[in-house]
Design a protein around this ligand. Structure first.
Ligand code: ZN
Ligand code: ZN
Length: 350
């Protein structure tokens, strides 16, 4: 495999992605080489493309973005036993140390030594091939598509939100913000057996998609009072859990007064300003659980099992498909057409 070349979409600097020939990576003993079939454009990729940083992570040299992928194993290191050449796999893109307190307790998403794709300075996988430690590969059953495999990553955020809020079938859920994460959180709620799911967004296209993906009702927060409308829709009972994925400061503040007493709020969307006004007395008085969420842990095996059964339709979030050569176009679409694009897929080998 020495000195073979492949195409990769390299972001030289913000707003500048170039297709370059680079070395095909060679797997270490515990790694596999994966031929990338499809890979999503994530909000974080777009953010790095536009601003060159997310919080403390700063793009300081050219980087390959992209971390939501599935493909085929085409090479394995000498110590790999869990996958074989020819396996179709989904890639969990954060390789953790496996040794620290967080890893050992199962909360490996908090591992301080995680090497996460497309988080500077770590390269992602907008490329023909990528290597990754093989224990972060999950075999896809024949009935799952590569697209479903790639969507396991954003779906995992929703699944982790359900797990954080200890959601059960008796919960009534509100999802605020219907981007890819919010829409997939609706599907995650279905995995957890939730049947009453309410959602809010201002964009008609997203509202329609949410309906197609099985929400009970969609509310436009600029036209209706969300709490009042939910009270009407639930016969006065209200929602027990809110998953906030918009990052809108107003939506975050409203979540505190929208869930019923004893409710749980999972904060997923990051607001532009770190500090926002929040009614703390309401949180105390209603004994609310306000939960943060960082990526996900232990979600892939269950998600794959859930997707082999009927009832879920995660591929509905895919609105556009591009080749690797069109990566900049794909990211520009995601950046500028937020009202009509949800999840954009790139196909590096077609
Ligand atoms: Zn992502
Ligand atoms: Zn660790």
């Amino acid at each position: 495999m020495d000195s073979k070349l492949m195409d990769a979409a390299v972001m030289n600097k913000p707003l500048d992605i170039e297709i370059k020939k680079i070395q095909v990576p060679v797997p270490q003993a515990d790694e596999a080489l994966v031929k990338v079939y499809c890979i999503g454009v994530c909000g974080s990729d777009v953010h790095y493309y536009e601003h060159g940083r997310i919080g403390r992570y700063v793009v300081e040299k050219p980087i390959i973005l992209g971390h939501e992928l599935a493909g085929e194993v085409v090479g394995i290191g000498s110590a790999v036993t869990n996958v074989q050449v020819g396996d179709r796999v989904a890639v969990e893109p954060g390789v953790t140390c496996g040794r620290c307190e967080y890893c050992k307790s199962g909360r490996y998403n908090l591992c301080p030594d995680v090497v996460f794709m497309a988080t500077p300075p770590v390269d992602g996988a907008w490329a023909e091939y990528v290597t990754i430690r093989s224990d972060f590969l999950f075999k896809l059953p024949d009935e799952l598509s590569f697209e479903q495999g790639a969507l396991l990553e954003p779906l995992s955020v929703g699944l982790h939100a359900m797990s954080r809020a200890k959601v059960t079938p008796s919960d009534r859920l509100l999802v605020t913000g219907l981007g890819p994460i919010g829409l997939l959180a609706i599907q995650a709620a279905k995995v957890y057996g939730v049947s009453e799911i309410y959602a809010t967004d201002v964009v008609p296209f997203r509202q329609e998609l949410a309906k197609e993906m099985g929400v009970t009702a969609v509310i436009d927060p600029t036209k209706e009072d969300v709490k009042q409308r939910i009270a009407e829709l639930t016969g006065g009972k209200g929602v027990t859990v809110a998953v906030e994925s918009s990052g809108n400061a107003r939506a975050i503040a409203d979540a505190v007064r929208t869930v019923k007493r004893g409710g749980r709020i999972v904060l997923v969307g990051m607001p532009a300003a770190s500090e926002i006004p929040l009614d703390v007395n309401a949180i105390i008085d209603a004994e609310l659980d306000v939960l943060g969420l960082f990526r996900y842990a232990n979600t892939y095996p269950g998600a794959i099992q859930a997707l082999t059964r009927p009832g879920l339709d995660i591929e509905k979030v895919i609105t556009h498909k591009y080749s690797l050569e069109q990566t900049q176009e794909a990211v520009e679409m995601a950046r500028t057409q937020k009202d009509t694009s949800i999840k954009i897929m790139i196909y590096p080998n077609q």
